[in-house]
Write a protein that binds this ligand. Structure first.
Ligand SMILES: Nc1nc2c(ncn2[C@@H]2O[C@H](COP(=O)(O)OP(=O)(O)OP(=O)(O)O)[C@@H](O)[C@H]2O)c(=O)[nH]1
Ligand SMILES: [Mg+2]
Length: 408
């Protein structure tokens, strides 16, 4: 009987006092933003918070102008995690390098529960810039009203401003009254402590920030969730718009390519000829040859464009000598080839014919008022200008002015 009552008593007691583990409050996941100008000391502070302290090496660095061990400027962001009390804390340490990078800060506002703003309290020249930066952050709709901890870092350095002075310089009182947010400024240094100890000001500052968040946790949580969702939807929308734009451009390009391929089937042949497993030197030689062919074609196109613009039918011109006349402006007027259109057989023939004519009939035709066209060169003759008649023909290597080659 006594045994039964003892057993009952035990189950009664275990029901009343379950093991300690069951009593523990679940960890509250919070995200904090660590912002500030470049070189303010954010990454260093984040490391201290995580317990990745630089140890004894730090002692050696104290007193130097700048500690440079193992700290480089943050490109993008770094993320640290640690547990403090019943908070599972994630800190986004985002690089402050330049105004360009600072425009990316706003993408992190929505998911943060609070802000840690780090300033270099010894860099008096950049206080105004820091003030502008913190103003801009706290005025953002997704950030206003959230608790802010300002860490005035590098207090170990000579000439570092005091907490009171910094509150004044940054006009923090005005700002926090405007934005109705809780704010605390703590002077600190990441170099003052070694081992597992961290600067008490940093420790107290974080404790204060987390307790502010804890006091208003559920309101902040629902705000963060709502803002994050809205941001996700917005970003998703922008992503879809971008994808649609890319698809549209691709469709247009494919249509253009199809049109071109139906008009010029010989270009399709080029691609299908490529053997991916050929030795590199052969491929390079082939490419060189292809390029030369292309150059020749472009030269012909140039002639064709010219012929189309100035003499629509060269053969007719040749058959009707009285109409053979080029403008003097041909030589000087710049014109361009807008797209690569391989010449037709007929055009090549006509150009060939024209070159032949140049060779054979040049002397006879010299007295007529038309130009001689050779590859890459146009030479005008004007019978009315006796000076030109006596002028020597420029050599075939003389380049044509105003010719824009458009490479495929
Ligand atoms: N003397 C002194 N130097 C510090 C302190 N905290 C950081 N530094 C040094 O300041 C320099 C910049 O520190 P970072 O932590 O990289 O600065 P940051 O704000 O992360 O800079 P970005 O990543 O460019 O935005 C480093 O050389 C640090 O060692 C400090 O409390 N005292
Ligand atoms: Mg950094």
């Amino acid at each position: 009987m006594a045994g039964i009552s003892r057993c009952k008593l035990f189950s009664f007691l275990t029901a009343c006092f379950p093991c300690k583990k069951n009593y523990q409050v679940p960890l509250r996941k919070v995200t904090l933003l660590m912002l500030g100008l470049e070189n303010a000391g954010k990454t260093d502070t984040a490391r201290v918070l995580k317990g990745e302290h630089k140890g004894h090496a730090v002692q050696e660095e104290v007193g130097r102008e700048e500690s440079s061990i193992d700290v480089t400027t943050t490109i993008g962001f770094s993320r640290i995690n640690f547990i403090r009390g019943n908070f599972d804390v994630t800190i986004f340490d985002i690089g402050g390098g330049g105004k360009g990078i600072r425009t990316l800060w706003k993408y992190y506002y929505a998911e943060s529960y609070g802000l840690i703003f780090v300033i270099d309290s010894s860099d008096v020249n950049r206080l105004e810039e820091s003030k502008e930066a913190i103003n801009e952050i706290l005025k953002h709709p997704t950030m206003s009203g959230k608790p802010v901890l300002v860490l005035a870092d590098k207090q170990d350095k000579e000439g570092a401003l005091s907490e009171t002075c910094l509150v004044k310089c940054l006009s923090l009182d005005t700002l926090i009254n405007e934005q109705k947010c809780l704010c605390q400024l703590k002077g600190c240094s990441t170099l003052l402590f070694t081992g597992k100890k961290i600067d008490k000001s940093i420790k107290r500052g974080i404790f204060w920030l987390l307790s502010c968040i804890g006091n208003d946790f559920y309101t902040l949580k629902s705000r963060v969730e709502r803002d994050t969702k809205a941001q996700q939807i917005f970003e998703e929308m922008k992503k879809r718009e971008r994808a649609e734009r890319v698809r549209q451009l691709r469709r247009e390009r494919e249509e253009r390519e199809k049109e071109y391929a139906t008009e010029h089937p010989e270009f399709l042949r080029c691609d299908s000829d490529i053997d991916l497993f050929k030795p590199t030197d052969i491929v390079l030689r082939e490419n060189e040859r292809r390029k030369q062919r292309m150059d020749k074609d472009i030269d012909r196109i140039f002639l064709r464009t010219h012929i189309e613009q100035k003499k629509p039918d060269i053969q007719n011109q040749f058959s009707n000598a009285s109409e053979r006349k080029f403008d003097d402006s041909i030589c000087t007027e710049p014109y361009s080839v807008l797209s690569y259109i391989p010449p037709t057989e007929k055009e090549i023939d006509s150009v060939q014919q024209l070159s032949d004519c140049e060779d054979s009939d040049f002397n006879e035709k010299k007295n007529d008022t038309f130009g001689v066209i050779a590859c890459n060169q146009i030479v005008p003759h004007n019978i009315s200008n006796p000076d030109l008649e006596t002028q020597e023909m420029p050599g075939p290597s003389h380049p044509i002015h105003g010719f824009h080659r458009i490479q495929k």
